[in-house]
Design a protein around this ligand. Structure first.
Ligand code: PLP
Length: 391
């Protein structure tokens, strides 16, 4: 079997050993965390330990953590007009969201369409703070949803500046830290966020577990997403995914412990990868290259090379990368992030995302560069060469 190089960590990360051990140990338990007997208490203990670990990862208090079935669900829970602050029940009148947000935020949660307003991004892929200031001036009780780092470009957003602006305008700030956490410092207090979205599978936990983390328990969501038995402070009913949550906690603890070391490792390899990319194809464009980015992400394109064809060619070389575009059903559609940055559709169609992780090696980077040498050479020569590659 051909050896594989996995460079699609922003799509999902392999399970960490600690998470796999925690998952297996939890699956062996029988109890329901809501039961009062010893079996129930053992399950509850795992859920609460994980709550402590997830809270610690982002500098929050455990009571602020609401476990959900995914990052998508946490975004859905967060984006509602019915957010009460210290008993103030007046609804949020407007949701602002940059055009570069993830599709699970762009969907707008439970806000009516007419209450949602876009905030433009600049050519580097950062939200335009001047546009945000104009928007905030028009409203009394806004909610801003702003990601800490973009999943396609890796560009880090000016969250602390936006937090100051939105709070001065009487608003609240939700920050999707799904791609940032475990890769850059991500402290809820330093960011100035009111609540954060996390997803386990981007930090080496299992798929299908996420969390909404509140800075303060005085922040209350008046319309629970799932009503029923009152689990997760009445906000997300249903017997907890004990094994998934326990593994999320283990992944969070490992990510927190190793953040500095893993980030430095990824950054060194990513810089080496980009240097190689520039040497092989000096005309390639690295999107957001002038901005502060995550240490693990490169989104690039070479005029004349289509992403769909390149991904298949890489795959045949044993290298897993993705297109920068949304690719939810195997069909590549133009990236709304690159469109928001003013990138031409022709160039955007070629966008390839390479995302590294803590266990990526130098050999992986060399393999990617060797594959790129072949792929870029063959694909930019035209269709005859393309047929040759697929053979
Ligand atoms: N937010 C961002 C920035 C993401 O990249 C993703 C997943 O790609 C999500 C939210 C959704 O997370 P999940 O896959 O857990 O639903």
């Amino acid at each position: 079997m051909i050896e594989r190089t996995y460079l699609d960590w922003n799509a999902t990360a392999p399970l960490r050993d600690e998470a796999r051990d925690a998952l297996q140990a939890a699956l062996a338990l029988v109890g329901n965390p809501s039961s009062v007997h010893a079996e129930g208490r053992a399950a509850r203990h795992l859920v609460e330990r994980a709550r402590d670990e997830v809270a610690a990862l982002v500098g929050a208090r455990p009571a602020g953590v609401i476990f959900t079935s995914s990052g998508t669900e946490a975004n859905m829970l967060a984006l509602t007009p019915a957010i009460e602050v210290a008993g103030d029940k007046r609804p949020r009148d407007r949701l602002f969201m940059p055009t570069i947000e993830h599709s699970s935020v762009r969907a707008g949660g439970r806000f009516p369409r007419e209450a949602i307003e876009d905030i433009a991004a600049d050519a580097d892929g950062r939200v335009q703070l001047a546009a945000l200031a104009d928007a905030l001036a028009k409203t009394a009780r806004p909610l801003l949803s702003l990601m800490l780092a973009n999943n396609e470009t890796g560009v880090v957003q000016p969250v602390a500046e936006a937090a100051a602006m939105v709070h001065a305008a009487g608003g609240l700030l939700h920050v999707d830290v799904v791609q940032a956490v475990g890769r850059i410092a991500c402290d809820i207090g330093t960011l100035g966020a009111d609540f954060l979205t996390l997803s386990a599978h981007k930090i080496g936990g299992p798929k299908g577990v996420g969390a909404l983390v509140r800075a303060s328990e005085t922040l209350h969501f008046a319309d629970p997403l799932i009503r029923g038995g009152g689990q997760e402070r009445g906000l997300r009913a249903g017997t907890e995914n004990v094994a998934g949550i326990a593994a999320f906690g283990a992944a969070a603890a490992a990510a927190r412990r190793r953040l500095a070391e893993e980030a430095a490792h990824m950054r060194a390899l990513r810089d080496q990868l980009e240097a190689g990319l520039r040497a092989i194809t000096p005309q390639a464009v690295i999107f957001g290259g002038a901005a502060e980015r995550l240490p693990n992400t490169t989104l690039f394109a070479l005029q004349g090379v289509k992403a769909e064809t390149a991904i298949i060619a890489f795959d045949l070389e044993g290298v897993a990368v993705s297109s920068g575009a949304a690719c939810s059903s195997g069909k590549v559609s133009p990236s709304h992030v690159l469109a928001a940055m003013g990138v031409s559709p022709a160039l955007s169609r070629g966008a390839l995302r390479v995302s590294l992780g803590p266990t990526t090696t130098q050999a992986d980077v060399e393999r990617f560069l060797n594959a790129w040498r072949k792929v870029s050479g063959a694909l930019s020569k035209g269709s005859g060469a393309r047929r040759g590659m697929a053979a």
